[in-house]
Design a protein around this ligand. Sequence first.
Ligand code: 13P
Length: 287
Amino acid sequence: MLVSAKDMLNKAKAGKYAVGQFNINNLEWTKAILQTAEELKSPVILGVSEGAGKYMCGYKTVVGMINGMLEELNITVPVALHLDHGSYEGAKKCIEAGFSSVMFDGSHYPIEENIAKTKELVETCNKLGLSLEAEVGAIGGEEDGVVGNGEVADPKECKMIADLGVTMLAAGIGNIHGKYPANWAGLSFDTLAEIQELTGTMPLVLHGGTGIPADMIKKAISLGVSKINVNTECQLAFAEATRKYIEAGKDLEGKGFDPRKLLADGTAAIKATVKEKMELFGSVGKA
Ligand code: 13P
């Protein structure tokens, strides 16, 4: 059964480790992530962007696929199904469809409007026992065609949103989605420390997990980050392994064109990436 992300993240915050949110795109992605979490006895959050939700034929399809897999694969570790960077309308749709967690990304609204909309969703999610992630300070980079620069959030605004009773808070600290440019300034740890100081036990979320060096990840966790989002890195690993398979001409050998064979190396590469991240984040054995 899908669970809210609340308990797993509160435990992570108290235990100074982070739970990975891995974004899914299709059945292979979902299966790879769930199997790895089970093998490593790690809690896990499956992230679905609005674009990926559309691609997978809508939120109800996603919920049906995941609930089926939890049962058929005998998954016993805590799994949350989470809307990533949701709009206000998207969050409502996912709640109706059976997601156990949603993000409302109101970071592009003036702070008053972000507060008003987040507040309304806090009430809905509390009533239903779902977890809610809010965001302050837009995360840069490109996601679903929207490009932004890595902003640094105002810690006071973070406190205002945290005080509304959200489950977890994403704050921009110079992180961006996708690959980091060679001249990236790195994460703003001073800002993170200030946010953590003001928001206390609130689990903080680090977006743009792809390509952040291991030492920065560890430092971010030590400063209160309890959820780290990874998307692009699994995509790159899948694409590289699939390209190698085709370039080696394996699709031309025997029944190598069968999608169950054609996509196997890419799926294994996603598993390896998820394993590496869970080990780095410290969530192995915490289920
Ligand atoms: P990356 O694609 O950079 O790993 O970011 C993922 C993310 O933050 C999803 O919200």
